[in-house]
Design a protein around this ligand. Structure first.
Ligand code: NAD
Ligand code: IPM
Ligand code: MN
Length: 351
């Protein structure tokens, strides 16, 4: 029998509501198997900061590192809350986890499941995955301001792209593409304007392509990619892109494939040196928090990604199947967060 040590960070707003359902499904999907999930809850986020002033202590981080994987709901308070002005929960907690745990692959699949309404009239067969770089780009915090608050203020936010960082995520994206039926990889960047970073990304893709002759490669500027995500999303298979483009594209990708309530993600450390972290793409949704209005499906699909990452493919497939069945049976009548979790649990095939 195998024990999986899982760090659970429910977080703020709808985070705890969707994580409660995700854990129900995780328990049910592993019940009776030889895998035991040993969960430790970490109270982290805006609520913890307001209570104690802590964002992520070294002790928290050290303890999280001792786990096999992390499941996170969402962190962050109401945008603009003055009490959180200096807390910097997003950088100090979420990005600190991604950076410290070297989550250089941010995996964000988009599948338009049967029966899911899309805002697009003719979406076609949408099934692609964005491999978003997770540790570099404009997210690194390499910037500064001078003459702040004056009319002569200059604010710089430098995008950092290293040969090492680009190559490892590009190679991972090729491997993902090579394992999929269509074997197609699209680099999305802005090489016409961001010439230094763009050149590094393009040359890296060209070089790694030689190792994957089975993968078809193409390139789109990020602005054009937003057009095709709306007019012809079925053309995409694997998209590899930088941290910021990937952030923006994956909210758009979620919107065309059933909404943010269905979008799952994995922050992966492929070497296994540090625990990988699975989370819905959405945030804490303060506008609907505490009302059982949140769709827990994104968190539950993140559990499927978590199970697959742990090598528990059958359990992952079981969760995916149950979600797809639940989605197909949706009538448009609103259901409470817990009712959706319960319905998905009842659809799991127990064998
Ligand atoms: P958000 O994703 O929280 O909400 C955007 C919109 O989507 C809202 O109308 C919300 O009600 C809706 N929504 C989100 N998740 C939903 C779900 N599961 N079911 C139904 N509707 C859902 O984005 P925001 O409003 O920009 O951010 C709110 C807070 O969350 C901020 O503090 C932000 O920094 C933080 N945030 C955290 C994460 C994370 O922890 N990974 C990600 C994004 C934003
Ligand atoms: C996401 C979020 C985060 C990001 C924020 C909250 C730091 O938008 O996970 O997509 O920009 O990566
Ligand atoms: Mn985002």
């Amino acid at each position: 029998s195998r024990v999986v040590k899982l760090a659970v960070i429910p977080g703020d707003g709808i985070g705890p509501e969707v994580i409660a359902e995700a854990l129900k499904v995780l328990d049910a999907a592993t019940a009776g198997s030889d895998v035991t999930i040993d969960s430790t809850h970490f109270s982290l986020g805006a609520a913890r900061f307001l209570e104690t002033g802590d964002v992520l202590t070294d002790a928290d981080l050290g303890s999280i590192k001792e786990h096999d994987a992390i499941l996170l709901g969402a962190v962050g308070g109401v945008p603009g809350d003055p009490r959180l002005a200096n807390a910097n929960i997003e950088r100090g907690l979420l990005l600190k986890l991604r950076f410290s745990l070297d989550h250089y692959v941010n995996l964000r699949p988009s599948v338009l499941y049967p029966g899911v309404p899309s805002p697009l009239a003719a979406p076609g067969d949408v099934d692609f995955v964005v491999v978003r770089e997770g540790t570099e780009g404009p997210y690194v915090g390499n910037g500064g301001a001078i003459r702040q608050g004056t009319p002569h203020e200059v604010a710089n936010e430098v995008s950092v792209n290293t040969a090492f960082g680009v190559e490892r995520v590009v190679r991972h994206a090729f491997a993902v593409a090579s394992a999929r039926p269509r074997k197609k990889l699209t680099l999305v960047h802005k090489t016409n304007v961001l010439v230094f970073a763009g050149s590094l990304w393009q040359r890296t893709v060209n070089a790694v392509a030689a190792e994957f002759p089975d993968v078809t490669v193409d390139y789109l500027h990020v602005d054009a990619a937003t057009i095709f995500l709306v007019t012809d999303p079925a053309r995409f298979d694997v998209i590899v892109t930088d941290n910021l483009f990937g952030d923006i594209l994956t909210d758009l990708a979620a919107a065309i494939s059933g909404g943010i309530g269905l979008a799952a993600s994995g922050n992966i450390n492929p070497s296994g040196q540090f625990p990988s972290m699975f989370e819905p793409v959405h945030g804490s949704a303060p506008d609907i928090a505490g009302k059982q209005l949140a769709d827990p499906t994104a968190a539950i699909l993140s559990v499927a990604l978590l199970l697959a990452h742990l090598g528990l493919e059958a359990a992952a497939e079981n969760v995916n199947r149950a979600v797809v069945a639940d989605i197909a049976a949706r009538t448009g009548q609103p259901r409470a967060t817990a009712a959706i979790g319960d319905a998905i649990v009842s659809t799991l095939s127990i064998d």
